[in-house]
Design a protein around this ligand. Sequence first.
Ligand SMILES: [Zn+2]
Length: 328
Amino acid sequence: MKEEDIRKRDVLNRYLELVGEDCEIFFRDRAGYAKSACPACASGSATHQFEKNGFEYARCSQCRTLFVRNRPPYDKLVDFYTASRSTAFWIRDFFMPMAEARRQAIFRPRADYIASRFGADPGWLIGDIGAGFGLFLEEMRASWPRCRYVAIEPSPEQAGICSKAGLTAECSTIEALRGYDARFDLLTAYELLEHLFDLRQFTEAVFRLLKPGGWFFMTTLNGEGFDIQVLWEKAKAVTPPHHLNFLNPESLEQMLVRAGFEVAEMETPGKLDWDIVEGMIRHEGTDPGRFWTLLAQQGTVEGKRGFQEWLSRNRLSSHMRVLARKPL
Ligand SMILES: [Zn+2]
């Protein structure tokens, strides 16, 4: 897979420009935002890394999570997500034109992974947290038609689209969802953790809604993954106020264990780290260091593919995936 298969460079760059402009409108008074503790381990000790769009990123001294330290209050974030120009652009110009490509490249393989991991249709109650347009649940339903599916999606527009697709749609955040305590066999959350204001409330809600023995499957960004480490403040994934939290395999596992989960699998199956860095060198004049520029210019296709596979195998890709379980 290539980065251009799932997102276009010019559209992404226009979107990031709009986000920068929206930050000036929605977060004018951010100098007054309180300094937050580490969202993963609650340690108060962290070191300054850099600023972006007026937000400060710090790295936890204990668990090495990279996070926005001057976090916008929750209601300001909700305003931003519902009313900003960049959000409207993201839905209409970024996500929608690539939706079918993303279905094939991202959501179908996830459904295949779960179906092969758990076998024949188990007739479960399955919820996707931040379900968006319902693409994952639609693909899951194609594999497991006997299961029941709940799209948990706070945006009324997107919840409406899930409902039209024949999914049960709950227009709510996971923290506010009522009537489902200890009912889900499987909850999923894709590229959501990095956005969340309060990780503790989130993991507690997931734990409460799962049956004993129920599974939690999620993906998020790894702050200790290759492209983020190499590009650091230039990484496009590092964009506030969207991406507030960059955990790593160790801090994510510790956080889930503290919330009561057993971690069954922790992997970084990402495929795009090298392509992202090479794209920045070739198309945007980024200089991440002599060696990486040499590899971009002189490396062979097989060499680059082998390097990406090595990153993925050694938990050094920035795309992280975890399967955890609420104990029986
Ligand atoms: Zn920490």
